[in-house]
Design a protein around this ligand. Structure first.
Ligand code: ZN
Length: 252
């Protein structure tokens, strides 16, 4: 699920700042220490509470005793990573390096997801909001929220970013195009779910088998979560309803 691994981003300067904590791999901790050349890390800004982004916090805290850890609160999840978390809120302005970043709550992939925006360079530290060469998983039964995700994509599109530093994959130099592609892709997927409902599919599994024909068996549960996320959105939009385990279309 993490592809070739994940990035953390070190911003050097007066307030040395790391974006995302990684997983506590000693090679990562050594690399951060090496890049700081003996300097102290001031803070770690965590984009969200998934393990590949947050689970390294405790190990980093041992090696970087001056660092503060900041993220938007997700209490059940944060308790898994035993450091003192300072809560971030939407629109918080944070000193970082020799400049400042704006925290932007961008839920959908997870409820606590935050991107960090650098206005001067129109750069966004995007966490798991988007990545090149794929789509982002919205786990419908594990706190993912498709309505919120699409709203987050639209909010980031409105910023007109020039560059996105993602947590996975290469730097995104044409984020506007990718954001629009993502939004279009979700709309198309939603139409496919509506079509499957019209054809009489009642369960996320049946819809998954119709929409993702030929999908590797291992990936079916993930695709089912994504379909579930679309169904929840349609339910909220008044376009689908659930009776027990069966979903129905609500055509006007
Ligand atoms: Zn994630």
């Amino acid at each position: 699920m993490t592809g070739a691994g994940n990035w953390t981003w070190l911003i050097e300067g007066r307030v040395p700042t790391l974006v995302d904590a990684g997983t506590g791999d000693p090679r990562h901790v050594d690399a951060v220490a090496g890049a700081l050349r003996g300097g102290a890390l001031s803070q770690v800004l965590v984009t969200h509470g998934h393990i590949d982004h947050a689970s390294g916090a405790a190990v980093l805290a041992q090696h970087m005793p001056h660092a503060r850890f900041l993220k938007m609160a997700w209490p059940e999840r944060d308790a898994l990573y035993p450091v003192m978390w300072h809560p971030l809120a939407d629109n918080d302005i944070l000193e970082a390096g020799d400049t400042s970043l704006l925290a932007l709550h961008t839920p959908g992939h997870s409820p606590d997801h935050v991107c960090f925006w650098h206005e001067e360079t129109r750069s966004l530290f995007g966490g798991d909001l988007l990545q090149r060469g794929g789509t982002v998983w919205i786990p419908g039964n594990q706190y993912g929220d498709m309505s919120a995700y699409i709203a987050s994509l639209e909010r980031m599109l409105a910023l007109e970013p020039a560059r996105v530093f993602p947590a996975h994959g290469p730097v995104i130099d044409e984020p506007m195009r990718l954001l629009r592609n993502y939004i279009d892709h979700r709309r198309e997927r939603e139409e496919q779910v509506i079509d499957a409902l019209r054809q009489g599919d009642a369960t996320p599994h049946a819809m998954t088998m119709r929409i993702y024909k030929g999908l590797n068996e291992v990936l079916v549960p993930l695709a089912r979560e994504s379909v579930a996320a679309h169904l929840r959105k349609l339910e909220r939009d008044g376009r689908a309803r659930r009776e027990g385990d069966a979903w129905h279309i609500m055509d006007p």
